[in-house]
Design a binder for this molecule. Structure first.
Ligand code: NAD
Length: 435
């Protein structure tokens, strides 16, 4: 069996680590990686190579706080692979970030980049801090000192961070500026997710939701479901959920259910999505009190009668506990890890087509790639061009993965992993192991 338990467990179950219960998104991802590696008969050496990050860096970040006290934060950057190109992945600021979580998320990025054919490896970083308790000046000092410690790690041809939980486009601007000050020139492609005025890409904000909708429409087409009047339910009404809702609505779909942390909202005749977006924007990004639908719980929302369900809120939403109650014919994973591994086979038996996260929500990293390309060229595209190319890459990725599904007679998720693992391992074989 191409699975070296010892390496696997040393890497990912070392104490202290995140609580990885059977249904953790990372354990689910590893389960799927392992399964697809077995189908591909990946040899042990290759399996172990792809289970290990190529580089992991932990740094101490001393920072003088606003009150004059010195505090030391811990920061991490893990490069899982750089086989397809420079590594790419977000930077997370959260109180519970740790190296094991960052390692897990870095490997996730390897498979996501490979599936959508962007020439990047996978990475992730984090700083253990609570951004809500820090002033903007403190956050800036932490970010800049962390960047200074990562000068040998980051770089447009080496490793390119992006925003993630607790970081935003302003954080990226500070990283770009700090890196540039040391390089004695402006180096915009060192990070993506920057404000457009300093080298960010148009269309980045909508990219993930747009990608979700592109692959969802492709899947509907395979099943012969027309978007006109198709019943769609969307969990989560933030960046990914609200943009997916807006674009599906514009395709003529009937969005019968939406939700956010305040609860679910159901209207069998279809919700007026532009009004819901306007309502939420004027209500501190909350749907609480929205009157264009009846209220349901988030659990009930997932079980509503619909053609397409887009979980776009958080991980672990569909598990063995509720998978059998799902009525959708297609689940399109806008969020990372919304379906647990142990629900996969149940959904497969029920004939539900699940578009896996590493494909469905890869629109964000695809436009990050466009941002990097534009920065390197010093030539910026129109939003229309960004969207057109994003749609094309997402459609192509969907078709390639769909072909693998047919070829191996597996689920779309297994096909996505097979496609990604095959691509990365074949590239590694061609490059060879430098001795
Ligand atoms: P966001 O913070 O903008 O929105 C999250 C939404 O989910 C909010 O509406 C929130 O109220 C809702 N929510 C939170 N807990 C909920 C619960 N228990 N039940 C129902 N709704 C709940 O976040 P986002 O950027 O839209 O990201 C959503 C998911 O998509 C995350 O899993 C994220 O990792 C993933 N993702 C995002 C991007 C991106 O570009 N933003 C890219 C890839 C993956």
């Amino acid at each position: 069996m191409p699975y070296n338990k010892e390496v696997y467990s040393t890497l990912y179950y070392k104490e202290p680590g995140p609580k990885l219960d059977k249904e953790s998104p990372f354990e689910s991802m590893m389960e799927r990686f392992r399964f697809s590696a077995e189908i591909l008969k990946l040899e042990d050496g290759m399996f172990n190579y792809l289970s290990n990050p190529v580089k992991q860096v932990t740094v101490s970040i001393p920072v003088e706080m606003d009150n004059g006290r010195l505090e030391v934060f811990e920061g991490y950057r893990v490069i899982h692979t750089n086989i397809l190109g420079p590594s790419k992945g977000g930077l997370r600021f959260a109180p519970d970030v740790n190296i094991d979580e960052v390692k897990a998320l870095a490997s996730w990025m390897t498979w996501k980049c490979a599936v959508v054919n962007v020439p990047f490896g996978g990475a992730k970083g984090g700083i253990r801090c609570n951004p809500r308790e820090l002033s903007a000046r403190e956050l800036e000092r932490i970010t800049r000192r962390f960047t200074a410690s990562m000068l040998e790690v980051f770089g447009p041809d080496l490793d390119i961070p992006a925003p993630d939980m607790g970081t935003n486009e302003h954080t990226m601007a500070w990283i770009m500026d700090t890196y540039s000050m040391h390089a004695r020139k402006t180096v915009t492609p060192v990070v993506t997710g920057k404000p457009p005025i300093i080298g960010g890409s148009l269309g980045r904000r909508e990219a993930t939701g747009r990608g979700v909708v592109t692959v969802t429409l492709a899947a509907m087409n395979k099943l012969g479901i027309s978007p006109i009047n198709a019943k769609v339910v969307i969990q989560g009404f933030g960046n990914v959920g609200s943009i997916s809702a807006k674009l599906m609505y514009e395709q003529g779909a009937r969005i019968v259910g939406i939700s956010d942390i305040s609860g679910g909202y159901y209207n069998p005749d279809g919700i007026d999505i532009p009004s819901a977006i306007e309502y939420s924007a004027g209500n501190r990004n909350s749907l609480e009190g929205f009157t264009g639908a009846d209220t349901v719980t988030n659990e009930e929302l997932l079980e509503l009668d619909c053609d397409v369900l887009i979980p776009a809120a958080k991980e672990d939403q569909i598990s063995r506990k509720n998978a059998h109650k799902i009525k959708a014919r297609i689940i399109s994973e806008g969020a990372n890890g919304p379906v647990t591994a142990n629900a996969d086979s149940l959904l497969e038996d029920m004939g539900v087509l699940v578009i896996p996260d590493i494909l469905a929500n890869a629109g964000g990293v695809t436009v990050s790639y466009f941002e990097w390309v534009q920065d390197r060229q010093g030539y910026f595209w129109t939003e229309e061009r960004v969207n057109r190319r994003l749609n094309r890459m997402m459609r192509q990725a969907f078709q390639l993965v769909y072909d693998v599904k047919e070829q191996y007679n597996v689920t779309l998720r297994q096909a996505a992993y097979i496609y990604a693992i095959k691509k990365v391992s074949e590239t590694l074989k061609l490059r060879g192991i430098y001795a």
